[in-house]
Design a protein around this ligand. Sequence first.
Ligand SMILES: [Mn+2]
Length: 314
Amino acid sequence: MTVTQQTWPQAAPFWQNWHTQAHERLDRAFRQSPHLHFDDNSRLVFFSDMHRGIKDRYDFFAPNENLFLHALGHYYQQGYTYIELGDGDELWYNDFARIRHAYGRLFDLLNQFRAGHRLHLIVGNHDSERGMFDPMEKEGMPLHQGLVLHHVPSSRHLFAVHGHQAHPKGDRYWWFQRPHSRYFVKYTLPFSASRYHFSEPENDLQNRQYLANMPRRVGNRILRLAWQLEGAILSWAQQQRQAVICGHTHLCAFPEPHSENPPFINIGHCSTPGYITGLEIAGGQLALVKWKANETGAYQRTVLREMAVTAVWP
Ligand SMILES: [Mn+2]
Protein backbone atom coordinates (compact mmCIF):
# COMPACT_ATOMS: atom_id res chain seq x y z
CA MET A 1 0.00 0.00 0.00
CA THR A 2 1.70 3.17 -1.19
CA VAL A 3 0.29 5.54 1.42
CA THR A 4 1.87 3.97 4.49
CA GLN A 5 5.13 3.18 2.75
CA GLN A 6 5.72 6.90 2.38
CA THR A 7 5.30 7.51 6.06
CA TRP A 8 6.43 4.25 7.61
CA PRO A 9 9.90 2.95 6.74
CA GLN A 10 9.44 -0.80 7.25
CA ALA A 11 13.02 -1.39 8.35
CA ALA A 12 12.95 0.80 11.44
CA PRO A 13 11.93 -1.12 14.58
CA PHE A 14 10.64 2.08 16.19
CA TRP A 15 7.93 2.48 13.56
CA GLN A 16 6.93 -1.17 13.77
CA ASN A 17 6.69 -0.95 17.54
CA TRP A 18 4.68 2.26 17.29
CA HIS A 19 2.23 0.73 14.83
CA THR A 20 1.80 -2.40 16.95
CA GLN A 21 0.97 -0.31 20.02
CA ALA A 22 -1.23 2.09 18.06
CA HIS A 23 -3.17 -0.85 16.63
CA GLU A 24 -3.68 -2.33 20.10
CA ARG A 25 -5.11 0.96 21.36
CA LEU A 26 -7.35 1.33 18.30
CA ASP A 27 -8.57 -2.28 18.81
CA ARG A 28 -9.35 -1.46 22.42
CA ALA A 29 -11.19 1.75 21.50
CA PHE A 30 -13.16 -0.19 18.86
CA ARG A 31 -14.22 -2.85 21.40
CA GLN A 32 -15.38 -0.16 23.85
CA SER A 33 -17.40 1.78 21.27
CA PRO A 34 -21.20 1.64 21.19
CA HIS A 35 -22.93 0.86 17.91
CA LEU A 36 -25.24 3.20 16.01
CA HIS A 37 -27.42 2.07 13.11
CA PHE A 38 -28.34 4.43 10.33
CA ASP A 39 -30.01 4.30 6.91
CA ASP A 40 -30.54 6.58 3.93
CA ASN A 41 -33.08 8.67 5.83
CA SER A 42 -30.64 9.36 8.70
CA ARG A 43 -28.81 12.65 9.03
CA LEU A 44 -25.55 12.78 10.98
CA VAL A 45 -23.06 15.61 11.31
CA PHE A 46 -19.57 15.49 12.81
CA PHE A 47 -17.30 18.26 14.06
CA SER A 48 -14.11 17.93 16.08
CA ASP A 49 -11.18 19.86 17.50
CA MET A 50 -12.92 23.04 18.59
CA HIS A 51 -10.55 23.18 21.61
CA ARG A 52 -13.08 25.48 23.33
CA GLY A 53 -11.30 27.54 25.96
CA ILE A 54 -12.21 30.52 28.11
CA LYS A 55 -12.04 33.18 25.36
CA ASP A 56 -8.58 34.30 26.39
CA ARG A 57 -5.67 34.78 23.98
CA TYR A 58 -5.04 31.04 23.86
CA ASP A 59 -8.60 30.23 22.72
CA PHE A 60 -8.46 30.05 18.90
CA PHE A 61 -12.03 28.80 18.65
CA ALA A 62 -13.41 32.07 20.06
CA PRO A 63 -13.34 33.95 16.69
CA ASN A 64 -15.29 31.03 15.16
CA GLU A 65 -18.00 30.89 17.81
CA ASN A 66 -20.73 32.61 15.75
CA LEU A 67 -19.80 30.69 12.61
CA PHE A 68 -19.95 27.40 14.52
CA LEU A 69 -23.24 28.30 16.22
CA HIS A 70 -24.71 29.19 12.83
CA ALA A 71 -23.62 25.88 11.26
CA LEU A 72 -24.71 23.73 14.21
CA GLY A 73 -28.01 25.64 14.45
CA HIS A 74 -28.57 24.85 10.75
CA TYR A 75 -28.03 21.14 11.41
CA TYR A 76 -30.33 21.27 14.42
CA GLN A 77 -33.10 22.76 12.29
CA GLN A 78 -32.52 20.14 9.59
CA GLY A 79 -32.98 17.27 12.03
CA TYR A 80 -29.36 16.10 12.16
CA THR A 81 -27.81 14.08 14.99
CA TYR A 82 -24.58 15.70 16.17
CA ILE A 83 -21.48 13.64 16.88
CA GLU A 84 -18.68 15.59 18.55
CA LEU A 85 -15.58 13.69 17.48
CA GLY A 86 -13.21 14.72 20.26
CA ASP A 87 -11.26 17.72 21.54
CA GLY A 88 -14.43 19.78 21.90
CA ASP A 89 -12.99 21.36 25.03
CA GLU A 90 -9.42 22.35 25.88
CA LEU A 91 -9.11 20.82 29.33
CA TRP A 92 -5.33 20.76 29.27
CA TYR A 93 -5.39 24.55 29.61
CA ASN A 94 -8.70 25.20 31.41
CA ASP A 95 -11.23 23.88 33.91
CA PHE A 96 -14.51 22.66 32.43
CA ALA A 97 -16.69 24.94 34.58
CA ARG A 98 -15.03 28.04 33.12
CA ILE A 99 -15.34 26.77 29.53
CA ARG A 100 -19.00 25.94 30.18
CA HIS A 101 -19.51 29.51 31.43
CA ALA A 102 -17.68 31.09 28.45
CA TYR A 103 -19.73 29.13 25.89
CA GLY A 104 -23.19 29.18 27.47
CA ARG A 105 -25.08 29.54 24.17
CA LEU A 106 -23.17 26.69 22.56
CA PHE A 107 -23.77 24.34 25.51
CA ASP A 108 -27.46 25.30 25.43
CA LEU A 109 -27.59 24.14 21.81
CA LEU A 110 -25.75 20.92 22.71
CA ASN A 111 -28.35 20.33 25.42
CA GLN A 112 -31.13 20.82 22.84
CA PHE A 113 -29.57 18.06 20.73
CA ARG A 114 -29.21 15.96 23.86
CA ALA A 115 -32.86 16.45 24.84
CA GLY A 116 -33.86 15.01 21.45
CA HIS A 117 -31.44 12.06 21.86
CA ARG A 118 -29.46 13.49 18.97
CA LEU A 119 -26.06 13.98 20.62
CA HIS A 120 -23.06 11.64 20.93
CA LEU A 121 -19.75 12.68 22.49
CA ILE A 122 -16.49 10.97 21.57
CA VAL A 123 -13.40 11.51 23.66
CA GLY A 124 -10.31 13.35 22.43
CA ASN A 125 -6.99 13.69 24.20
CA HIS A 126 -7.72 17.30 25.21
CA ASP A 127 -11.13 16.37 26.67
CA SER A 128 -9.44 14.65 29.55
CA GLU A 129 -7.24 15.72 32.38
CA ARG A 130 -6.46 12.06 33.00
CA GLY A 131 -5.52 8.95 30.98
CA MET A 132 -7.16 8.28 27.63
CA PHE A 133 -9.05 5.14 28.65
CA ASP A 134 -10.27 6.49 32.00
CA PRO A 135 -14.07 6.89 32.08
CA MET A 136 -15.11 10.45 31.31
CA GLU A 137 -18.24 12.53 31.24
CA LYS A 138 -19.41 16.09 30.55
CA GLU A 139 -22.39 17.37 32.51
CA GLY A 140 -23.31 13.79 33.32
CA MET A 141 -23.08 12.65 29.73
CA PRO A 142 -20.58 9.85 29.03
CA LEU A 143 -17.79 10.32 26.50
CA HIS A 144 -17.30 7.25 24.29
CA GLN A 145 -14.01 5.98 22.87
CA GLY A 146 -15.66 5.90 19.48
CA LEU A 147 -18.83 5.00 17.63
CA VAL A 148 -19.34 2.07 15.24
CA LEU A 149 -21.76 3.25 12.56
CA HIS A 150 -23.71 0.57 10.71
CA HIS A 151 -25.27 1.51 7.39
CA VAL A 152 -28.23 -0.88 7.56
CA PRO A 153 -29.16 -1.07 3.82
CA SER A 154 -25.62 -2.01 2.73
CA SER A 155 -24.35 -3.52 6.03
CA ARG A 156 -21.20 -1.41 5.73
CA HIS A 157 -19.40 -0.15 8.84
CA LEU A 158 -17.66 3.12 9.62
CA PHE A 159 -15.61 3.59 12.77
CA ALA A 160 -15.69 7.12 14.16
CA VAL A 161 -12.82 7.80 16.58
CA HIS A 162 -10.81 10.87 17.53
CA GLY A 163 -7.47 9.27 16.52
CA HIS A 164 -5.12 10.17 19.40
CA GLN A 165 -5.02 6.45 20.23
CA ALA A 166 -2.42 6.15 17.45
CA HIS A 167 0.04 8.47 19.18
CA PRO A 168 3.38 6.64 19.59
CA LYS A 169 3.69 6.99 23.35
CA GLY A 170 -0.03 6.87 24.01
CA ASP A 171 -0.64 8.96 27.07
CA ARG A 172 1.49 7.07 29.55
CA TYR A 173 2.77 10.39 30.89
CA TRP A 174 -0.55 12.24 31.13
CA TRP A 175 0.11 13.14 34.77
CA PHE A 176 3.12 15.10 33.54
CA GLN A 177 1.87 16.20 30.12
CA ARG A 178 -1.32 17.97 31.28
CA PRO A 179 0.21 20.23 33.99
CA HIS A 180 3.26 20.74 31.78
CA SER A 181 0.94 22.14 29.08
CA ARG A 182 -1.15 24.20 31.46
CA TYR A 183 1.58 25.82 33.50
CA PHE A 184 4.54 25.85 31.14
CA VAL A 185 3.99 25.34 27.41
CA LYS A 186 1.03 27.72 27.28
CA TYR A 187 3.08 30.63 28.60
CA THR A 188 6.45 29.95 27.04
CA LEU A 189 5.60 29.61 23.38
CA PRO A 190 5.53 33.15 22.01
CA PHE A 191 4.45 31.74 18.64
CA SER A 192 1.62 29.67 20.04
CA ALA A 193 -0.97 32.18 18.82
CA SER A 194 -0.09 31.44 15.20
CA ARG A 195 1.50 28.05 15.49
CA TYR A 196 -1.49 25.82 14.96
CA HIS A 197 -3.37 27.80 12.38
CA PHE A 198 -3.85 25.66 9.30
CA SER A 199 -4.19 26.75 5.70
CA GLU A 200 -7.72 26.47 4.40
CA PRO A 201 -8.68 23.32 2.48
CA GLU A 202 -9.85 24.17 -1.04
CA ASN A 203 -12.56 22.56 -3.14
CA ASP A 204 -11.92 18.90 -3.87
CA LEU A 205 -8.94 19.10 -1.45
CA GLN A 206 -6.67 20.10 -4.34
CA ASN A 207 -4.13 21.72 -2.04
CA ARG A 208 -2.15 20.03 0.68
CA GLN A 209 -2.80 21.84 3.98
CA TYR A 210 0.15 23.37 5.79
CA LEU A 211 0.76 25.37 8.95
CA ALA A 212 0.06 28.99 8.14
CA ASN A 213 2.18 31.85 9.51
CA MET A 214 5.47 30.00 9.38
CA PRO A 215 7.92 28.92 6.66
CA ARG A 216 6.59 25.86 4.86
CA ARG A 217 9.65 23.72 5.61
CA VAL A 218 9.47 24.44 9.34
CA GLY A 219 5.74 23.73 9.36
CA ASN A 220 6.25 20.48 7.49
CA ARG A 221 8.73 19.27 10.10
CA ILE A 222 6.09 19.85 12.77
CA LEU A 223 3.42 18.16 10.64
CA ARG A 224 5.54 15.06 10.12
CA LEU A 225 4.23 13.51 13.34
CA ALA A 226 0.67 14.08 12.10
CA TRP A 227 1.38 12.31 8.78
CA GLN A 228 3.09 9.42 10.57
CA LEU A 229 0.22 9.12 13.03
CA GLU A 230 -2.25 8.98 10.14
CA GLY A 231 -0.05 6.27 8.61
CA ALA A 232 -0.56 4.17 11.76
CA ILE A 233 -4.36 4.62 11.54
CA LEU A 234 -4.33 3.85 7.79
CA SER A 235 -2.46 0.60 8.26
CA TRP A 236 -4.95 -0.40 11.01
CA ALA A 237 -7.86 0.45 8.67
CA GLN A 238 -6.28 -1.68 5.96
CA GLN A 239 -5.65 -4.68 8.22
CA GLN A 240 -9.12 -4.56 9.76
CA ARG A 241 -10.85 -3.70 6.47
CA GLN A 242 -12.47 -0.95 8.51
CA ALA A 243 -13.37 2.50 7.18
CA VAL A 244 -12.30 5.20 9.65
CA ILE A 245 -13.59 8.70 10.36
CA CYS A 246 -11.22 10.64 12.61
CA GLY A 247 -10.03 14.12 13.62
CA HIS A 248 -7.09 15.00 15.90
CA THR A 249 -4.43 16.05 13.35
CA HIS A 250 -6.59 18.98 12.09
CA LEU A 251 -5.78 17.98 8.48
CA CYS A 252 -8.69 17.16 6.14
CA ALA A 253 -8.59 13.81 4.35
CA PHE A 254 -11.17 12.15 2.13
CA PRO A 255 -10.80 9.28 -0.36
CA GLU A 256 -10.45 10.23 -3.99
CA PRO A 257 -13.13 8.79 -6.25
CA HIS A 258 -12.32 5.19 -7.26
CA SER A 259 -9.34 5.17 -4.92
CA GLU A 260 -7.63 1.91 -3.98
CA ASN A 261 -6.62 3.30 -0.60
CA PRO A 262 -8.54 2.31 2.54
CA PRO A 263 -11.44 4.65 3.25
CA PHE A 264 -9.86 7.14 5.61
CA ILE A 265 -11.67 10.36 6.40
CA ASN A 266 -10.30 13.15 8.57
CA ILE A 267 -12.93 15.80 9.25
CA GLY A 268 -10.40 18.56 9.94
CA HIS A 269 -10.99 21.04 12.77
CA CYS A 270 -12.70 24.25 13.92
CA SER A 271 -9.91 26.15 15.67
CA THR A 272 -8.27 28.14 12.88
CA PRO A 273 -10.05 31.51 12.84
CA GLY A 274 -12.08 32.06 9.66
CA TYR A 275 -13.37 28.64 8.66
CA ILE A 276 -14.54 25.30 10.07
CA THR A 277 -14.74 21.85 8.50
CA GLY A 278 -16.90 18.84 9.31
CA LEU A 279 -18.59 15.77 7.86
CA GLU A 280 -22.22 15.20 6.93
CA ILE A 281 -23.88 11.83 6.36
CA ALA A 282 -27.29 12.28 4.74
CA GLY A 283 -29.25 10.50 2.03
CA GLY A 284 -26.64 7.73 1.98
CA GLN A 285 -23.89 10.23 1.05
CA LEU A 286 -20.76 11.24 2.95
CA ALA A 287 -19.79 14.88 2.42
CA LEU A 288 -16.78 16.72 3.79
CA VAL A 289 -17.94 20.32 4.19
CA LYS A 290 -16.46 23.72 4.97
CA TRP A 291 -18.30 26.70 6.45
CA LYS A 292 -17.03 30.28 6.23
CA ALA A 293 -18.24 33.83 5.73
CA ASN A 294 -18.49 35.04 2.11
CA GLU A 295 -17.66 38.58 0.89
CA THR A 296 -20.94 39.95 2.25
CA GLY A 297 -20.34 38.39 5.66
CA ALA A 298 -23.02 35.70 5.22
CA TYR A 299 -22.07 32.21 6.41
CA GLN A 300 -21.80 29.75 3.56
CA ARG A 301 -21.41 25.99 3.31
CA THR A 302 -19.33 24.33 0.57
CA VAL A 303 -18.88 20.63 -0.13
CA LEU A 304 -15.16 19.87 -0.42
CA ARG A 305 -15.60 16.25 -1.49
CA GLU A 306 -18.34 13.62 -1.29
CA MET A 307 -19.01 9.93 -1.93
CA ALA A 308 -21.78 7.39 -1.44
CA VAL A 309 -21.68 5.31 1.75
CA THR A 310 -21.96 2.24 -0.49
CA ALA A 311 -18.66 3.24 -2.17
CA VAL A 312 -16.82 2.96 1.14
CA TRP A 313 -15.50 -0.46 0.10
CA PRO A 314 -15.87 -0.66 -3.68
MN1 LIG B 1 -6.65 15.67 19.56
